[in-house]
Design a protein around this ligand. Structure first.
Ligand code: 3HC
Length: 296
């Protein structure tokens, strides 16, 4: 099984990162978005990141151009018909993903490998929306995709072992380190990360320390690159809350349940960095201000 051309569906934060690393690894990559405007926005973000790498001297101008030339943004699903591997990275919504896979099933070639970048939804359920469940895997990247080394490769009860091997080799070609996970909610990373992040919010609710001090403590005391609240804002509070709900739904253990403060922040539209406010206010990006304690 050989992967020659890659398709990426969705060119947001994760999709644009996946498309960038695939094209950088030499794969012609077709990116599907819902509108011309979203195509342009996604491609612009990739160009800017590549530009930065050229400016830093990590990439030669020639390589930068070659990577861009390997990328093609389209709005028509039929343009994915030649792809050997199609990675879906759309919004984390069960219904939308199932609908997309049903629609793609009649368009993608029979030998294509199908993959979802979902962080918590069931791969088994998605694969059953297609007529070729044995060719379906989870391929979970981490944000920021060009920087984070890990990819979780999720195998289901029905995944063909050859498909699994091909995807493992593909992750290696992207310069990533794959780990194998089974299709249980949260896979490996979010199963361990979510209780930690939810606990940080509970510690805050119970007065263990301030947002800034809890962040500082975990960063400097444990050597984490980001404290839990900076990381929550980075992931997106809506995303973190939705993953917590899904993992809680599966295991029914209180440690996975989203605390009240997280739910209130999401309802209030404070999604973290992407909305400008979360546990911190990013009005001045160089000096984010923590949420006032009396407004929790
Ligand atoms: N895209 C591309 N490159 C980026 C980037 C981005 N968004 N952000 C930072 N970088 C690059 C920088 O250019 C720099 O590259 P260089 O070393 O070649 O110069 C390098 O990363 C380091 O960046 P900075 O010096 O600006 O900042 P930091 O040293 O603080 O690193 C970080 C930034 C890599 C984001 C680091 O803080 C980190 O590792 N944070 C933790 C991230 C994390 O845990 N991600 C996983 C989230 S969970 C998830 O994704 C799963 C999902 O299901 C929820």
């Amino acid at each position: 099984m050989q992967i020659r051309e890659v398709g990426v569906i969705g060119c947001g934060l994760m999709g644009s990162g996946i498309a960038q690393v695939a094209a950088t690894a030499g794969f012609p990559t077709v990116v599907l978005e819902a509108s011309e405007e979203l195509c342009q926005r996604g491609m612009h973000n990739i160009s800017q990141r590549l530009e930065r790498l050229v400016q830093k001297g990590t990439l030669s101008p020639h390589e930068g151009t070659a990577i861009q030339n390997r990328l093609k943004a389209v709005t028509d699903k039929s343009q994915l018909s030649n792809c050997d591997l199609v990675i879906e990275a759309i919004i984390e919504n069960r219904e939308e993903k199932l609908q997309l896979w049903r629609a793609l099933d009649g368009i993608l070639k029979r030998e294509a490998i199908l993959a979802s970048n979902t962080s918590s939804l069931s791969i088994t359920e998605m694969m059953m929306a297609t007529s070729r469940p044995e060719r379906f895997v989870g391929l979970h990247f981490f944000n920021p995709v060009p920087v984070m080394e890990l990819v979780e490769i999720v195998r289901t009860i029905l995944t063909d072992p050859q498909v699994h091997q091909t995807v493992l080799a593909f992750a290696g070609k992207l310069g990533k380190t794959p780990v194998c996970a089974s299709d249980s909610a949260g896979f490996i990373v979010n199963r361990l990360l979510i209780p930690y992040l939810m606990d940080a919010i509970r510690a805050l609710e119970q007065g263990a320390g301030s947002i800034a001090d809890i962040d500082r403590a975990m960063k400097l005391g444990c050597g984490h690159p980001m404290g839990p609240f900076v990381l929550l804002d980075f992931i997106g509070l809506d995303t973190a809350c939705s993953i917590a709900n899904i993992v809680f739904e599966e295991f029914r253990e209180p440690r996975f349940a989203p605390p009240g403060l997280l739910k209130r922040l999401v309802i209030a539209g404070r999604y973290g960095r992407k909305s400008g406010k979360g546990f911190y206010d990013y009005s001045d990006p160089n000096s984010p201000k923590p949420l006032e304690l009396d407004r929790r």
